[in-house]
Design a protein around this ligand. Structure first.
Ligand SMILES: [Zn+2]
Length: 85
């Protein structure tokens, strides 16, 4: 049987927040889903969702659109400002 690979710190971060609300920085998108996530944050539903969010973060950032989730809206906003300056 294959050993599960070790999770990165960031993957653990998302898994530890299953059932909790997290916030993300402004990605500049004005669609209702993004605006809602920006304003209200989103709940990490389960392990699959945690993985999905983690992968999104990696992909967007790799494509030059930094995406990052935080515990508080304040931290997320601060990150948005840093990205825009
Ligand atoms: Zn959008």
């Amino acid at each position: 049987m294959k050993q599960p690979r070790e999770l990165s710190e960031r993957e653990k971060w998302f898994r530890q927040r299953i059932g909790k609300v997290i916030y993300r920085n402004d990605n500049g998108c004005s669609c209702p889903a993004c605006q809602d996530a920006l304003k209200n944050g989103l709940v990490v539903n389960d392990e699959m969702h945690a993985n999905y969010l983690y992968e999104n973060e990696c992909e967007y950032t790799a494509e030059g659109h930094p995406l990052r989730y935080f515990d508080t809206k304040e931290e997320a906003m601060e990150f948005s400002v840093q990205q825009q300056s």
